[in-house]
Structures are given as C-alpha cells and as structure tokens.
Design a protein around this ligand. Structure first.
Ligand SMILES: NC(=O)c1ccc[n+]([C@@H]2O[C@H](COP(=O)([O-])OP(=O)(O)OC[C@H]3O[C@@H](n4cnc5c(N)ncnc54)[C@H](O)[C@@H]3O)[C@@H](O)[C@H]2O)c1
Length: 391
C-alpha cells in the first residue's frame, strides 16, 4: 500500500530517552519461517503506521476487538488508515467467550462480506482470548493471512500474543482446536493497560514472574524491586519488566517453535508451562471462574518449588523466594484448601500429559527442567501445603 521508501521504520529507543511517552524497545522473535518484531513502549498504538513492517499488496485491514477495548481498536484503526488501508472493525465478545467456533465462523462470514484478500491483515486488539480467536481466524481464512497482534492485557503482551499459538475452546476442553500461525508484528502499548482491571494486571504479573523464574534471574530481581509500582500498573515500571519477559518467551519460541522438543533440553517450549500443571487443574476445578489464570499459576509455581525442594532437586529456600516475590505482586501463595485426590485427578487429565504426568521444576531460578512427576506422597504433601498461610 505504501511504498517501502515512504515508510518510516520504528527505531529502537530505549532507556535514557528524554520523553518516556515516545520510547519503544524492540525484541525480535526468530522462527523457521522468518522473524517478527515485538515492540514494547508507551503511546505505540498511535504510531502503529511507523512500527508495522511492510504489508505488500494489502488494501484492507480487519480489526478484531472486544467491547472493552473499542477505543484502542479505534486508535489502531486510525493509524492503519494512514497507511492507506480500508479499515473494517469486527467486534467479538469480550474474554473467553470469543474463543468459540461460532465466533470464528462469524468472523469468516464478515471477512467474506468485506471482502478481504490474501494480503489483507487481520489485526487483533485485545487480551489473549481475542488474539487467540482472531489469530485462529487469520491462520485459516484463505489458508492464512497476515496477523498483527496488538495485546491490551499484560498477559497478552508477555505471553499470548507472541509465539504463534492460536485457537479456540470446545465444550470438551480449552484450546482443543487451533493452529500455529506466527504474527508479522506484535505491538505492546503499555498505555493500553490503563483501563485493565487490577485482577487482570495481577494475572499478567504471574506470567512475568514465571518468565523470570524459568529464564532470567535478573528479571526476578528487577520484579522484586519494582513490585509495588508494577502491581499498581505504572507503565514506566512495567516497561523493562515486559521487555525482559518478552525476551524469555522469544528465546524459547525461537528454539522450539512448535513444542517439538517434548520437554527435553533446557530450551524446550514446555518450560513455559512452569506452574501450569497445577494451575490448569485449579482453573478446571474452579470452572474457570473465581480464579484468574495467573492466580492459579502463582499457586502452581509455589507448589512446583515445594516439590523441587522435597525431591532434593532444589536447595531449601526456593519456595520461600517464590512466596515473597508472588506475595509482593498481590498474588495468592496459600490459604487455599484443596482436595489432593481431586487435584491429582484434574492434573492427570491435562491434554499435555499423554506420556504420563510430567512437571517443570527448577534446580534454581533460571534452571528449569521437565521431569516425570515424583511419588504421589510428594505431590499430595505439596498440594496440602497450599492450605497454609506461609510465614
Ligand atoms: N496463545 C498463547 O500462547 C496463549 C498463552 C497464554 C494464554 N493464552 C490464552 O489467553 C487467554 C487469557 O488472556 P488474558 O488473560 O489476556 O484475558 P482475556 O483476553 O480474557 O481478557 C480479560 C478481560 O479483560 C478485557 N480487556 C482486555 N484488555 C483490556 C484493557 N486494556 N482494558 C480493559 N479491559 C480489557 C477483555 O475484554 C476481557 O474481558 C486464555 O484464553 C488463554 O488460553 C494463550
């Protein structure tokens, strides 16, 4: 649409720049099919036209969004229009309700009506549920069209919008239908988090903590130092933390794009499931209500750290460190009374465990490994320990 020579490309302006509202950091994700940038900073939705890579042949953009972020979709649409694209806003339900085949079928119908073509991007504006559903539509519409992810939740910025996993839920379970489809760019505008409910922010902070715990001890230290402003949603405090968490995810995805490493080796994509085996089980038992994903993952990480200590993989102190960090972020670390039998049964039905229950455990912060689950008694004791309020 816009000749490459006329396009202004975003520059990597990081710390020290005079005006924090215009700074942006760039992290590149490298995959077998090429790479893409993840931009992180403030005020970026208004500068989308500068930050996007060329979209050869594109004439239109389908902007998929949910009602709570309509104003952000509008801002993105204005920038896309400046690129000469005809902008078509396509609304989907908020949250997990978007991740249904009927919703994706509705998107296909609207994409056909516009009509959009092979070169026209789907631009997803929203949390992980929106980017997952819109991403799946982009992966399958005309056998795949370019996808731009504009995450508006912290979890979306550090996790869901990056890495190419897209999909929808079925009554039989979450994320059972999907496709790998990498975006052509991800733009994480920290100012978009302004209206995010605190519980959603905390949920995202659990994933930032996870990224640090599995892959970056410096991020863990930075998160501990900046816990209060980060938990309050201060975008300047969040910026370096989001960037570091994105670097962890980018490195893992670059090394194991399709989770082919099957849990073997230090760079298996499976390490991103740290805290998720118990976390998913708790979410399932809670019927996906009352417990946000990140809160369940926080409990799952405390559980995993206690298991790692109990089997002698990690030195004593790992779990205490987890508790201090997660508590400072406002995340739950105990006082949840669970029936170990029920939890173990829910853990065993996780779709990722077809070869027997495996857990991601840490030898220490930044040194994850995927191991067969230890003896039942160890698991039961660690589940029971979550009933206590750690000192
Ligand atoms: N594809 C992946 O690799 C991957 C990774 C992790 C999680 N996920 C998926 O992500 C989903 C969870 O994503 P999430 O935690 O971002 O939640 P979400 O997408 O459900 O969003 C939570 C709520 O916040 C609203 N919202 C979003 N941005 C907002 C903003 N800026 N201001 C106000 N409200 C806003 C949403 O409309 C929704 O109601 C799950 O479906 C999960 O399976 C995918």
């Amino acid at each position: 649409v816009v000749p490459a020579s006329r396009r202004r490309h975003g520059r990597s302006l990081t710390s020290g720049a005079a005006n924090p509202t215009t700074t942006a950091a760039r992290v590149d994700v490298t995959t077998a099919h090429g790479g893409y940038p993840v931009w992180i900073g403030r005020g970026l939705l208004g500068r989308l036209d500068e930050l996007l890579p060329p979209l050869p042949g594109a004439e239109a953009a389908a902007v998929v969004f949910a009602p709570p972020v309509a104003h952000l979709a509008d801002r993105a649409g204005q920038a896309l229009a400046r690129l000469g694209l005809a902008v078509h806003p396509l609304q989907v339900p908020a949250g997990e309700d978007a991740k249904r085949l009927q919703v994706v079928a509705g998107l296909y119908e609207r994409l056909a009506r516009v009509p959009t073509h092979r070169a026209d991007p789907v631009v997803a504006v929203g949390g992980g549920a929106t980017t997952d559903a819109a991403g799946f539509a982009a992966a399958t519409w005309l056998r795949g069209v370019p996808l731009v992810n504009l995450p508006t939740t912290l979890l979306g910025m550090v996790d869901a919008a990056i890495g190419g996993k897209t999909g929808v839920d079925l009554p039989a379970g979450k994320n059972l239908v999907g496709a790998f489809h990498q975006p052509v760019a991800v733009v994480a505008d920290l100012d978009a988090l302004a209206g995010l409910p605190p519980v959603e922010l905390r949920s995202g902070l659990a994933e930032v903590a996870k990224a640090g715990l599995v892959g970056d001890p410096d991020l863990v230290a930075a998160l501990a130092t900046a816990a209060a402003p980060a938990a309050a949603g201060d975008p300047d405090a969040l910026a370096p933390l989001v960037e570091a968490a994105v670097r962890v995810k980018a490195a893992v995805v670059g090394a194991d794009e399709r989770e082919a490493a099957g849990g073997e080796g230090p760079v298996s994509r499976a390490i991103l499931n740290y805290g998720h085996t118990l976390g998913h089980a708790l979410e399932r038992l809670a019927g996906y209500q009352g417990l946000r994903h990140g809160e369940a993952v926080a409990l799952g990480m405390v559980f995993a750290a206690r298991v790692a200590e109990a089997v002698g993989l990690a030195a004593p102190g790992l779990a205490r460190g987890h508790v201090e960090l997660l508590r400072a972020l406002g995340l739950p670390v105990g006082t949840v009374r669970l029936d170990p039998e029920e939890v173990l049964a829910a853990m065993a039905t996780d779709k990722k465990h077809h070869r027997g229950l495996r857990l991601v455990l840490l030898r220490e912060v930044g040194r994850p490994m995927v191991v067969p689950a230890p003896d039942r008694e160890v698991l039961v004791a660690a589940i029971r320990s979550l009933a206590e309020a750690p000192g």
